[in-house]
Design a protein around this ligand. Structure first.
Ligand code: FES
Length: 122
């Protein structure tokens, strides 16, 4: 899926295709998200990118949505389809899958695995 003109894009969806996420249906989730976008004719304002590991493997499958800065965990093909319909088309993020939202910095929602603090790990 190539995008030369980004001027109509409102959402950039990064779908983790690192090893842990691929073991948790990352490829199937990618295809489901892209299929749902196509079904709704929304390719002009939703751009998707497969990524390598996003560093939150315990939350696999990980999907992030920008510019809102929302991180999702445990995404499945069906959750991916809901992400397109409910979050990207209707503006209602999937609360039960959200791990972080962005409010001048990333703020944990309390749903995600704790992970390792960057400050403590140095
Ligand atoms: S493989 Fe997806 S967060 Fe690590």
């Amino acid at each position: 899926m190539s995008t030369w003109d980004l001027s109509t894009v409102q959402h950039h969806v990064l779908i983790c295709n690192g090893g842990s996420c691929l073991k948790n249906s990352g490829d199937e989730t990618t295809l489901a998200i892209r299929d749902e976008i196509s079904k709704h004719g929304a390719e002009h304002f939703i751009h998707t990118t497969r990524t390598r590991c996003n560093g939150r493997c315990q939350d696999a499958g990980v999907v992030t949505v920008y510019p809102q800065g929302i991180w999702y965990k445990e995404m499945t093909p069906e959750a991916g389809r809901r992400l397109v319909r409910e979050h990207l088309l209707e503006g209602k993020p999937l609360q039960e899958h959200m791990t972080y939202s962005f409010e001048e910095r990333f703020v944990p929602t309390g749903n995600g695995n704790e992970g390792i603090s960057r400050i403590q790990s140095k």
